[in-house]
Write a protein that binds this ligand. Structure first.
Ligand code: FMN
Length: 256
């Protein structure tokens, strides 16, 4: 096997933890590419057929997050195996793995294995709070180890993932985070926003057309000045809590 690279889009950190755990199961050492970083996303990365990538995204509305630019555009495989990871907040992953598999194939990769894992929901710490926990990450690492063995034994095999085409349609959540009076104008949120929806010179405002509601800015703000306020957010969060806190789901793994 050539180099292993952990590639993730992870605005609030859950996906990154899973992707790195899977990569640790595949190799002692691996590179990382952070696709939430707009600069890193704009760079070109080439991979050979001997390399292996682990590509992970959070599930948004049952889909891959829809950025203003193409998330995987800088990744170029050459019949490179990709282990796909979808991380979701205890509702469902719907068509996210299938969409990710299609996007990766367009970039020259093939799906060599896949996993759908649970992490705390972005909109409420009451939903799958504290996940991924130690057990979740142990399982993800074991999945990586198992995949390595299966690939060595069975050779090149494309793994199918569940989902439907056309992919699920959705309406974007009707709220965006904003900066409060506590905002010091430091610009961390503008730098950290994966969608480029916050201007350095006006960090209290959010471009609703670009914002993907990932809440990376809320997490990054050193003054805790960014919040999603308003009654609609409260109603959505309470509804999700009611529906998604009854039971916690388990990971689903797809191996060759
Ligand atoms: C806009 C948006 C839409 C989401 N849609 C879903 C969904 O359809 N199903 C689900 O189970 N979780 C959903 N989630 C929850 C995230 O998938 C989950 O919290 C994920 O762990 C976030 O990944 P991160 O920690 O890497 O940012 C959504 C979160 C956001 C922000």
């Amino acid at each position: 096997m050539g180099n292993v690279t952990a590639i993730y889009f992870s605005p609030t950190g859950g996906t990154k933890q899973y992707v790195c755990a899977v990569a640790r199961g595949l190799a002692e050492k691996f590179e990382e590419i952070d696709l939430a970083n707009r600069e890193a996303r704009g760079q070109e990365h080439e991979f050979s057929a001997e390399d292996l990538v682990v590509v992970g995204v959070p599930v948004y509305y049952g889909r891959v997050p829809q950025l203003p630019d193409e998330m995987l555009r800088g990744l170029h495989g050459n019949h490179t195996p990709a282990v796909l990871v979808a991380v979701y907040g205890n509702r469902e992953f719907d068509d996210a793995l299938l969409e990710l598999s299609d996007l990766c194939e367009k970039q020259g990769f093939y799906c060599a294995g896949a996993g759908a894992f649970i992490a705390q929901h972005t909109f409420s710490e009451k939903i799958a709070g504290g996940r991924p926990d130690a057990e979740d990450l142990k399982l993800a690492k074991k999945f990586g180890r198992g995949l390595k063995l299966a690939m060595a034994k069975k050779g090149e095999r494309k793994v199918s993932v569940p989902g439907n085409r056309p992919y699920r349609t959705f309406e974007v959540a009707p709220f965006t985070p904003k900066g409060s009076k506590k905002c010091t104008g430091c610009g961390v949120c503008a730098r950290e926003c994966p969608a480029g929806a916050i201007a350095q010179e006006k960090p209290r405002e959010t471009d609703a057309a670009k914002c993907i509601r990932c809440l990376a800015c809320v997490k990054a703000c050193p003054a805790q000045a960014r919040k999603v306020g308003g009654p609609i957010y409260g109603v959505v969060a309470r509804k999700l809590e009611k529906e998604l806190t009854k039971t916690e789901k388990e990971a689903r793994l797809f191996l060759p």
